[in-house]
Ligand binder design. Structure first.
Ligand code: PLP
Ligand code: COI
Length: 365
């Protein structure tokens, strides 16, 4: 059976790519998540054959049987990562091995086969290579990559499927937030939980997002940009946003972030920020932080900044927090100095402007 080291991708370039002038026009204002490149990567898995039929092909709709088990029992996982154009014109990925490992961890939790790391990396790199003309020209733009896998077996029995389809699509991206605001507002979800102990909170599976959408819709109704989830057991401890991890900056040089207790996603940006913050001389602590404490610390001035981070959102300041009980402002309500400093340090490494002392940047070509 294919172990991922020997499997080669069949290259089937798109015969009708988007015309260069149209592509240039689209890339001037890519937004987030609605513009796609000409190609996709695809690998099939079956219990009998293992990983097989690896291809880079034209991006097109996929035909699905109505009894494909993902449509019923939601065995689906995904990753989110970015390819960057560096200052020297080269193209690079940021810590892609971490995405490969998290994809395997998500697969384990969802009783799916683990895609070997070399195959994950090869699929992403081959797609970036063939769609290299699709980097946005806008400031802060990148090529957002979305590897994902779902149960494609045609079967309605409730058990792990025996067949899967793995795909990677690419989406030229600008900023994640439409408003372009320098600090976002957060709605505290008091009724809905994102994840419970023993559940799937640490896996990047579509079901986690499906369950979070009603709370995100509530946030928008309340004129907030994002929802923040509290722990499911006590509704007391701050966990994370629908698609970002959270950090709290204290006036004594401590940076607090909720621990990886199994209910939040182990963010790669979160991990990188912890390293950079320690290098800046901050004391980083992973510890539970209560919603009431957040408000009290913001009021007393002990808490000076809060920021959210993730691949799509990069590092984004949180300005205000609202709940049914009222609202509070953090610091001046705009981005604080440390948020800006850490954001700059991260972005400069990702873009090849600052030296990559940690070996995080993987140059492709
Ligand atoms: N938390 C959730 C729920 C997410 O969807 C994401 C985004 O992938 C993150 C956190 C941040 O993770 P990363 O920094 O690896 O993108
Ligand atoms: C990412 O940051 O890559 C995510 O998957 C989060 C999603 C909200 C876009």
């Amino acid at each position: 059976m294919a172990d991922g080291k020997t499997l080669e991708f069949n290259l089937e370039p798109c015969a009708t790519p988007v015309h260069a002038s149209e592509r240039e026009r689209l890339l001037e204002n890519p937004g987030f998540g609605s513009l796609f490149t000409d190609h996709m990567a695809m690998i099939r898995y079956s219990e009998a054959q293992g990983w097989h039929d690896a291809r880079i092909t034209k991006r097109e709709p996929i035909l699905m049987d109505p009894a494909s088990s993902v449509l019923h029992y939601a065995q689906e996982i995904f990753e989110g990562m970015k390819a960057y154009r560096l200052a020297d014109g080269a193209t690079a990925l940021f810590r892609p091995e971490e995405n490969a490992k998290r994809f395997q961890a998500s697969a384990r939790r969802m009783a799916m086969p683990e895609l070997p790391e070399p195959l994950f990396l090869k699929s992403v790199e081959a797609l970036v290579d063939i769609d290299r003309e699709w980097f946005p020209s806008v400031e802060g733009g990148s090529l957002y990559l979305r590897p994902f896998m779902f149960a494609s077996e045609v079967f309605l029995g409730v058990r792990p499927a025996k067949e899967y389809l793995y795909l990677v699509i690419a989406s030229p991206a600008g900023g994640y937030f439409k408003s372009g605001a320098s600090a976002i507002s957060i709605w505290v979800s008091e009724h809905y939980s994102r994840a419970a102990p023993g559940g799937t909170g640490a896996a990047k599976c579509g079901g986690n997002y499906a369950g979070s959408l009603i709370a995100q819709a509530e946030a928008i109704e309340q004129n907030c940009d994002q929802v923040v989830f509290l722990d499911a057991a006590e509704h007391k401890w701050v966990e994370e946003l629908g698609g970002m991890n959270l950090f709290f900056v204290m006036n004594d040089g401590t940076l607090v972030t909720p621990p990886l207790s199994g209910t939040i996603l182990p963010g790669i940006t979160r991990n990188s920020i912890m390293t950079l913050a320690r290098e800046e001389g901050l004391t980083v602590v992973e510890q539970p932080y209560a919603i009431d404490q957040w408000e009290a610390d913001a009021a007393s001035g002990k808490l000076v900044e809060t920021f959210a981070c993730g691949t799509a959102a990069v590092v984004t300041a949180v300005g205000t927090v609202r709940s049914s009980g009222g609202a509070f402002t953090i610091g001046s309500g705009g981005p604080g100095q440390l948020t800006e400093k850490l954001r700059r340090r991260l972005v400069d490494i990702q873009r090849g402007i600052a030296p990559d002392d940690h070996g995080w940047v993987k140059k492709l070509f």
